[in-house]
Design a protein around this ligand. Structure first.
Ligand code: KG4
Ligand code: ZN
Length: 543
């Protein structure tokens, strides 16, 4: 049966030109649920579901068509930018436009990042992987005493963040420009728009951080900048400005890996020693890693399709939560969390994804897909049209959130058991660090905390503003690298530095974990999800 499922799914994937064939072979959810869904929604693969969803599902964005065709002719949705001619058209878009928008995919948006990049540049990007010249300005690897002041620049996605942090773990100055509301207004991140906004604000943000820190470029010891992974157009803005400052002040440049920076921020806040476990959950990532040193990570698990934030965002959008007063200015995940407080976590049934796979990988596309099915049924049942929000939205939010958290927790539990079996974490350092935008979610934290209690771990989560993208985490990673003498690039070698839109954080332990076939005892957590606030049925819309 398993082999049959794989063959059939492979066939389906070939037919649909799925971009993730190796990841979708029946992993997401059982076939018996899968086939009716296909008929129901004319969609052939959960991974395509995110990118082809506009057209295949009756998505209500004009231009999406009802025939599964897309404007770019390659089987992928173009995202909302298709409806606009210039960036200023997009920036002028009103909240109302979101009613016309559908389930825009970050990956689909990522595809747009290449639209003004030449083939040569693409080639250059793919060839730009190390080696790079490394200069030991500090006391060499392992050196930890050299004091200094480091600036960090973050532009990997949709936040322009700059901070100045010193080796005494003090944040001397910080500034952030969030693009959230603009991207919310048209239903997803459009890379050229993100780039434009970074360019518009970065000089001001650098100036603000330096003014608050009371430093000039000559007072800095190095400039750390995110160069990987991320949206290429966004990364290039930070890179350009980071390099300019290095040349101006004759300072070393420190290239930063965005995910590693997320994973290490907690060391600025508390005395956390290596090795420790870290969970990174955001709109673009989901991974459980073993942090062994500043630059050495091993990956226990990752998502095979959507990141949890991506699944939250798309479900929120499909629920049209932006048409409700409180949902109109919140990121998708935060909107789901808000309404989930009023909902019944057992109101709608969600299957457990990948329950037969005893590894630490996740799949969130299937949950998002089931959410869609529930929403469509409810819309039909309640005659909801256009901007109307289904009256049962709180129950969908609560049930979906519960399913996401339970799935996250299960795989982390297995990761902890694996770490025990392999003696990866010393008894006195049983720490799980969690960061990324989704770590702002209180229910996620409650679920993780329960797993930590069961497994005798301590959960550590930075405050919200340090969980989401920011300049402090980049500056802090710069501090750690500066002190260890890692990756200090002299101004004369700046040409050797380029961005890497895709970049693994470390080697994968997936195969080894899978082969160990680790069984986990069930941790019940439904009681954590009971409604906190009496339900108020709302079908109202903003304005
Ligand atoms: O780390 P982040 O700021 O940016 C990257 O994706 O790298 O994370 C943004 C993601 C979005 O998907 C957003 O919906 C999600 O974090 N998020 C939340 C919450 N607040 C933000 N997800 C669940 N619950 C929240 N309270
Ligand atoms: Zn991030």
């Amino acid at each position: 049966m398993h082999r049959f499922r794989q063959l059939l799914n492979r066939r389906l994937l070939q037919q649909s030109q799925c971009s993730l064939p190796s990841q979708c072979s029946g992993l997401c959810f059982p076939l018996q649920q899968w086939l009716p869904l296909q008929r129901d929604l004319s969609i052939s693969c959960p991974s395509l579901y995110s990118s082809n969803f506009n057209s295949g599902s009756g998505g209500n964005r004009p231009g999406g068509g009802g025939d599964g065709s897309n404007n770019d002719g390659d089987g992928r949705s173009q995202g909302p930018s298709a409806a606009y001619n210039t960036i200023s058209d997009i920036l002028n878009v009103t909240t109302k436009t979101r009613e016309e928008d559908s389930w825009v995919d970050k990956r689909a948006s990522n595809d747009l990042s290449n639209i003004d990049e030449t083939e040569d540049n693409e080639k250059k990007l793919s060839e730009s992987i190390d080696p790079r010249p490394v200069l030991n300005y500090a006391s060499g690897p392992g050196g930890t005493t050299k004091s200094g002041v480091i600036m960090g620049i973050e532009t990997s996605c949709d936040d322009t963040g700059v901070a100045v942090v010193n080796t005494e773990k003090q944040i001397l100055g910080e500034a952030l420009n969030s693009q959230l509301q603009i991207h919310l207004n048209h239903g997803g991140i459009i890379p050229p728009v993100a780039k434009h906004l970074h360019e518009q604000h970065i000089t001001r943000i650098i100036k603000e951080a330096m003014t608050e820190a009371k430093v000039t470029v000559k007072d800095l010891d190095a400039i750390a900048t995110t160069v990987k992974p991320g949206l290429s157009l966004s990364l290039l803005v930070g890179l350009k400005h980071g390099k300019q400052l290095c040349v101006e002040g004759n300072k070393p440049f420190i290239p930063i890996h965005h995910m590693k920076a997320h994973a290490l921020t907690c060391r600025m806040l508390q005395d956390i020693q290596f090795p420790y476990l870290v969970l990174l959950i955001s709109g673009g990532h989901c991974l459980l890693a073993l942090a062994k040193s500043i630059d050495d990570f091993e990956i226990l698990g990752t998502t095979i399709d959507d990141a949890p934030g991506e699944a939250f965002d798309k479900t929120a959008r499909r629920l049209k939560l932006y048409n409700l007063p409180e949902g109109s200015s919140l990121p998708g995940g935060a909107a789901i969390e808000y309404y989930a407080r009023r909902g019944n976590p057992e109101g709608f049934k969600f299957p457990t994804p990948m329950y037969k796979y005893r590894d630490c990988n996740w799949s969130f596309a299937g949950l998002k897909f089931i959410a869609l099915r529930h929403i469509l049924r409810e819309e039909r049942a309640h005659g909801c049209d256009g901007p109307d929000v289904i009256p049962t939205h709180a129950d969908v939010c609560a049930s979906f959130q519960y399913a996401v958290v339970a799935h996250l927790c299960k795989k982390i539990q297995r990761g902890m058991i694996y770490a025990d079996m392999k003696h990866l974490i010393p008894d006195n350092n049983r720490v799980l660090v969690v960061s990324g935008g989704v770590a702002c979610n209180e229910s996620v934290k409650k679920g993780l905390d329960l797993v930590c209690q069961e497994m005798n771990y301590k959960l550590i989560c930075p405050e919200k503003k340090l969980c989401t993208d920011n300049g402090v985490m980049i500056a802090w990673n710069g501090v750690e690298k500066y002190q260890a003498g890692i990756d200090l690039i002299p101004p004369s070698d700046l040409d050797s530095i380029d961005i890497e839109p895709k970049s693994a954080m470390g080697i994968s332990l997936h195969e080894e974990i899978r082969q160990m076939n680790i069984k986990c005892k069930r941790i019940k957590m439904l009681h954590l999800f009971q409604p906190e606030i009496p339900k108020v049925a709302s079908t109202g819309t903003v304005g």
